[in-house]
Structure formats: structure tokens, C-alpha cells
Design a protein around this ligand. Structure first.
Ligand SMILES: [Zn+2]
Length: 183
């Protein structure tokens, strides 16, 4: 492990706070450089790509608040990969405010070059603001969002180019791209 990473982490796993952290894990696709690395303990390092130890990974609920971008990116990536299985992971993603460039870094391992277009053929990106082009009934709730509702900071659904996610009335919902216009 590079001396600067050792110093930053204090020899403690930057995900789960276990001592000692013996591995420097590079958060892909960035190059091997201490600022792109996270100090990990044996347990985290062994499971960081498999994510089988579901309970263990609740540690990212803490590490996502780390001021270091690499730790934020890795924590976000882990929560994002577990969000369909674990409700705490979805709740965590809903409750944090992370810079868009870190979100892009965190989700870059999942984007398979699908392009999302709005109703007018404009390319949509993570973090865009869109406007609803027609009223939207939100399933499972009593409210509907009127045409013209502004949805900020959308997320692209990585495996479906017709879906984006956005917050309306504090709820994250899936919206069809054909019913939005990029703002
Ligand atoms: Zn750890």
C-alpha cells in the first residue's frame, strides 16, 4: 500500500473500520493511484466484487460519508449494486447527496453504453433536469404528478434505456423517458 493511502486511512479499513487494512483497492476504471484507491481489510477485499456478505456491506452506510472521493465512489457502487436486494441500500442511495462526477465514477462499471433519449430525441445523462410532458400517475400512491412537473437530478436506469429514476414528492420513482423533456 502506498504511504499516502496508509496515512489517509490510518491503517484502518475505509469501508468497515476494521484493523488492519492491508489492501489497496483501485476503484475502476481509474488508474492505480492512491487517490483512486481505498484501503480495505481482508474481509472487504475478498468480497468487494462478489458482494456475498450482505450484512457486512451495511458498513457502507457509514463509509459513504467519508470525505474522500474514492471511498464515496466505492461505497456508492456497493449500495447501488445491492439496492434491488437490500432495502437499506436503496434508502442509503435516496438519502445521500453525492457529486455527479462521483456517481458517474461509481456506476461506470455498470453502464453498457445504453443511451437514454427524451421524447424529443435529446440524450439524457445522470444529473439532468427533466420536465414531464404529460401527467403521471404514480403507482401505489394517491398522488399524480401534473404535466410540467420538474424532476431534478435524474438517474439513468442502467439496464433499460426507456427508464429513468427521479424524485417526485420526496419519492424516487421510475419514469418512462418518452414522457419527459430535457430541461
Ligand atoms: Zn473492511
Amino acid at each position: 500500500m502506498h504511504i499516502s493511502l496508509d496515512k489517509r486511512s490510518g491503517g484502518t479499513c475505509e469501508c468497515c473500520s476494521t484493523i488492519p487494512a492491508r489492501f489497496a483497492y483501485t476503484v475502476s476504471p481509474k488508474k492505480d493511484d492512491p487517490q483512486n484507491q481505498v484501503a480495505l481489510c481482508d474481509v472487504c477485499f475478498a468480497d468487494v466484487e462478489k458482494l456475498e456478505q450482505l450484512d457486512h456491506w451495511r458498513c457502507v452506510e457509514g463509509s459513504i460519508w467519508n470525505p474522500d472521493p474514492a471511498v464515496q465512489a466505492l461505497s456508492y457502487r456497493i449500495a447501488n449494486q445491492l439496492k434491488d436486494k437490500e432495502s437499506w441500500a436503496q434508502n442509503l442511495l435516496d438519502s445521500v447527496e453525492i457529486d455527479e462526477d462521483i456517481v458517474s465514477w461509481a456506476t461506470s462499471n455498470q453502464s453498457n453504453q445504453m443511451i437514454h433519449f427524451d421524447a424529443f430525441g435529446n440524450t439524457l445523462e445522470n444529473g439532468d433536469t427533466v420536465v414531464l410532458t404529460q401527467a403521471l400517475d404514480v403507482k401505489g400512491t394517491s398522488f399524480s404528478a401534473p404535466k410540467g412537473t420538474v424532476v431534478k437530478k435524474i438517474r439513468l436506469v442502467h439496464d433499460n434505456p426507456e427508464h429513468i429514476e427521479g424524485k417526485i414528492n420526496e419519492q424516487t420513482i421510475v419514469i418512462l423517458t418518452k414522457f419527459v423533456k430535457k430541461n
